[in-house]
Design a protein around this ligand. Structure first.
Ligand SMILES: Cc1cc2nc3c(=O)[nH]c(=O)nc-3n(C[C@H](O)[C@H](O)[C@H](O)COP(=O)(O)OP(=O)(O)OC[C@H]3O[C@@H](n4cnc5c(N)ncnc54)[C@H](O)[C@@H]3O)c2cc1C
Ligand SMILES: *[C@@H]1O[C@H](CO)[C@@H](O)[C@H](O)[C@H]1NC(C)=O
Ligand SMILES: *[C@@H]1O[C@H](CO)[C@@H](O)[C@H](O)[C@H]1NC(C)=O
Length: 385
């Protein structure tokens, strides 16, 4: 019997979860304060807590390693699952999904043990990353000429196959697909996920008198609520944000580049495709709630990127700034929370939040886990009857 599932959140996590739940045969309603809209008219002041528009967003493979936090092992598996879904989506919708496949290039000034493991001559690609190749010194920025302050500080580099999305083109595509297949959407701000269980039959798209509304007082039975609310509904003491300032420029780029500098800063670009320019980034500032972009930071980000990858300029002298971006990555101490919880007096809540800087790259893996959690709950509840 199809079950009603309410998904709170229309960021990349809520949308992906809603689509896979729907595909598994459930009747799904998305309830959210914010929905995808064109990036060009997105208001940074009112939408700062809706993270999905402000992401890059690319997939950057993050190799797990025994010396690194254990949640990275799980996240790597989620990113592999997501990659497979993205390949399929690209195959069926190359012009409409907002998705681009391209090379990812990584440069590091100080590689760690995970990179060293990928550089072993006997097993140069132990993780079997698609299209993986170690770069030769001559391919490093500045021609690998050493620490000359002109990008020569890079000591390790690789390239691989990966993907980027134009976030709002991609999220709007997901939303359209969901609604086109019968999904319901309600724009509403909730205070607690438990409120998802108390939505009226009308809001769930049911005939008000019956039609499946078999709960008490005309309240229909919602089998599960998915908590995909991003940066926060009620406080989870492990939740915070990581501020990111980036800059959108009009130029395209043929690859997505990530450079990790010795001082802990990042220099990267994410081409958005679909006439969306390229994101040049970016900062990672834990617990910084400042909403305003800094002009000095922008200048520094652009300068460092051009130094790392001058090819982006073509025959221009400088990059063409479209707008500054400030976003809040939903960061969770110990990694994302993807698990079910029975909330007394309400029902089964499947949590899917705390994706930090990796929401897009883990999205389909998280959505599969959400379906698994919800179905295990429904089967368990049926077995008890
Ligand atoms: C500068 C920057 C660069 C990034 N680059 C990348 C990248 O390259 N690759 C990558 O994978 N990720 C990247 N990210 C991270 C990525 O954007 C996030 O991980 C992702 O967008 C989180 O999605 P989400 O669905 O969890 O949350 P959100 O997108 O924040 O969605 C939350 C949803 O919940 C709703 N909601 C919240 N509270 C309530 C409430 N009380 N009532 C009703 N609805 C509510 C909101 O309205 C919204 O619909 C980047 C982020 C930033 C800031
Ligand atoms: C964003 O969230 C913070 C923290 O919950 C809150 O103080 C702020 O008012 C919110 N901003 C907007 C524009 O909703
Ligand atoms: C739901 O998700 C938010 C993150 O958006 C989190 O803070 C909260 O603790 C979660 N759980 C509940 C029961 O609200």
């Amino acid at each position: 019997m199809p079950q009603h599932v309410v998904v709170i959140g229309a960021g990349v996590i809520g949308l992906s979860s809603a689509i896979l739940l729907q595909q598994a045969g459930h009747a799904v309603t998305i309830v959210a304060r914010d929905f995808p809209e064109p990036f060009e008219t997105m208001d940074p002041l009112t939408k700062i807590n809706y993270t999905s528009p402000w992401g890059g967003a690319h997939n950057r493979w993050v190799p797990p390693h025994p010396s690194l936090p254990p949640h990275l092992t799980r996240e790597h598996a989620l990113s592999r699952t997501t990659y497979t879904h993205m390949q399929r989506l690209y195959h069926t919708h190359p012009h409409t999904a907002g998705l681009t496949f391209l090379k990812g290039v990584e440069y590091m000034e100080r590689p760690g043990p995970a990179q060293e493991a990928l550089s072993t001559p006997s097993a140069p690609n132990a993780l079997d990353l698609p299209g993986f190749r170690l770069l030769d010194r001559s391919e490093f920025p500045g021609g690998g000429s050493g620490s000359d302050g002109k990008g020569g500080g890079v000591t390790w580099g690789c390239e691989y196959d990966t993907w980027c999305v134009n976030p709002m083109v991609y999220c709007a595509f997901l939303l359209r697909r969901f609604v086109n297949r019968g999904g319901r959407v309600v724009r509403r701000e909730l205070r607690r996920p438990e409120e998802g269980f108390a939505l009226s039959a009308g809001e769930l798209g049911l005939a008000v008198d019956g039609g499946g509304g078999d709960g008490e007082k005309g309240v229909p039975v919602v089998a599960a609520v998915v908590n995909a609310s991003g940066t926060g509904l009620v406080p989870d003491p492990d939740m915070t944000i990581t501020r990111g300032q980036t800059c959108l420029v009009a130029e395209d780029c043929d690859v997505t580049v990530t450079r990790q500098n010795e001082d802990g800063t990042w220099t990267f670009c994410v081409p958005r495709g679909f006439e969306g320019g390229t994101i040049i980034g970016g900062t990672k500032e834990l617990n910084n709630w400042d909403t305003k972009p800094s002009a000095e930071v922008r200048a520094e980000l652009l300068r460092r990127f051009v130094e790392t990858y001058p090819k982006i300029l073509g025959d221009k002298k400088e990059l063409t700034v479209v707008r500054d971006i400030v976003g809040r990555r939903p960061t969770r101490n110990g990694g994302p929370r993807i698990e079910g919880e029975v909330v007394p007096g309400a029902g089964f809540v499947m949590h899917a939040y705390g994706l930090g800087g990796r929401g897009y790259e883990l999205s389909w893996g998280v959505a599969e886990a959400v379906v698994e959690g919800v179905e295990a709950q429904i089967k368990g509840a049926a077995a008890k009857l």
